[in-house]
Design a protein around this ligand. Structure first.
Ligand SMILES: [Zn+2]
Length: 292
């Protein structure tokens, strides 16, 4: 069985919010050479058909710009046993508290996604404590993008991306996360370049999990590191119960990123992991953190 912990939901509203002067979502999609997303319901249905085609049981769908949680909520409402809603949240924005509560309580999102390098705050800032406190109240997880951050769609549209990568430090995250022992934390892409710091953070803080998603091109910042070695070291430090498979799939017509699945399957094959370890990474950890 396969569950995917990392899929971006690039809705029509997402495109409108990302490029407000872009002439509408269809025009922006055309510039990107993507299929027009249509309504959130249509896009959600398309994702479920795509998951079916690849034998994927469940997936986390990420509302990938602040203000788009309602699109993901609409898709999830039609497929509650297949889709899990995550939403990007900026705790430094005006009226952040109201947005956060609306996402968790009204829109039933299961994870809050933080991008500190994009939104310019520290992970040990009290505003992040507020996020964890809300996550504890509503039994949600906190997803934190650490390390290098390149947003392909921003680059393609020529949008400024003046991110402060220093703010995505897993060690600052661990300090905050340790105060909330019931809140699962997800760090995508093994810390995306802050690999050593992410492992240290996971060693210090038992709630920290990793997702394996994307091409993991950050390994080029670590001389000699291979994806195989990154998996092996993560399993050695954090254990198999804290590693979740993800693809970082995002738009159509490309759809679900099967090559990522094949590569991670191959890598785990070379490590000769047990079936239990394999199942934990590809499916059961996700079901434990986000029961259907
Ligand atoms: Zn992503």
């Amino acid at each position: 069985m396969i569950n995917d912990a990392h899929v971006h939901f690039f809705s029509s509203r997402f495109l409108e919010l990302l490029a407000p002067d872009g002439g509408g979502s269809d025009a922006v999609a055309a510039r990107l050479e993507w299929d027009a997303p249509g309504t959130a319901t249509e896009l959600g249905d398309r994702w479920v058909a795509e998951l079916d085609r690849h034998g994927v049981a469940r997936a986390a769908l990420i509302a990938s710009i602040p203000g788009d949680a309602a699109s993901v909520a609409e898709a999830v409402a039609h497929h509650p046993h297949r889709l899990v809603g995550f939403f990007m949240h900026n705790p430094a924005a005006p009226s952040a508290d109201a947005t956060l509560i609306r996402g968790l309580r009204d829109l039933k999102m299961r994870a809050i996604c933080l991008f500190p390098a994009m939104h310019g705050y520290r992970l040990d800032d009290p505003i992040v404590d507020d996020v964890f406190r809300a996550a504890a109240t509503y039994r949600a997880a906190v997803f934190v993008h650490c390390g290098v951050l390149t947003v392909g769609v921003r680059r393609k549209l020529g949008l400024p991306s003046r991110f402060d990568l220093r703010l995505g430090d897993p060690l600052a995250l661990a300090k905050t996360a340790l105060g909330y022992p019931d809140v699962p934390v997800l760090i995508p892409h093994f810390g995306a370049g802050y690999f050593r710091e992410a492992l240290m953070a996971a060693d210090q803080c038992p709630t920290i999990h990793f997702d394996t998603s994307s091409s993991n091109s950050w390994i080029r910042f670590h001389p000699g590191l291979t994806l195989q070695a990154a998996f092996k070291q993560t399993l050695a430090v954090a254990g198999a119960s804290r590693v979740l498979f993800g693809t970082d799939s995002s738009f159509f017509p490309r759809g679900w990123q099967r090559p990522i699945y094949e590569e991670h399957t191959r890598v785990l094959g070379t490590l000769a992991v047990t079936d239990n370890v394999r199942d934990a990474i590809f499916a059961t950890n996700f079901d434990r953190l986000f029961p259907a």
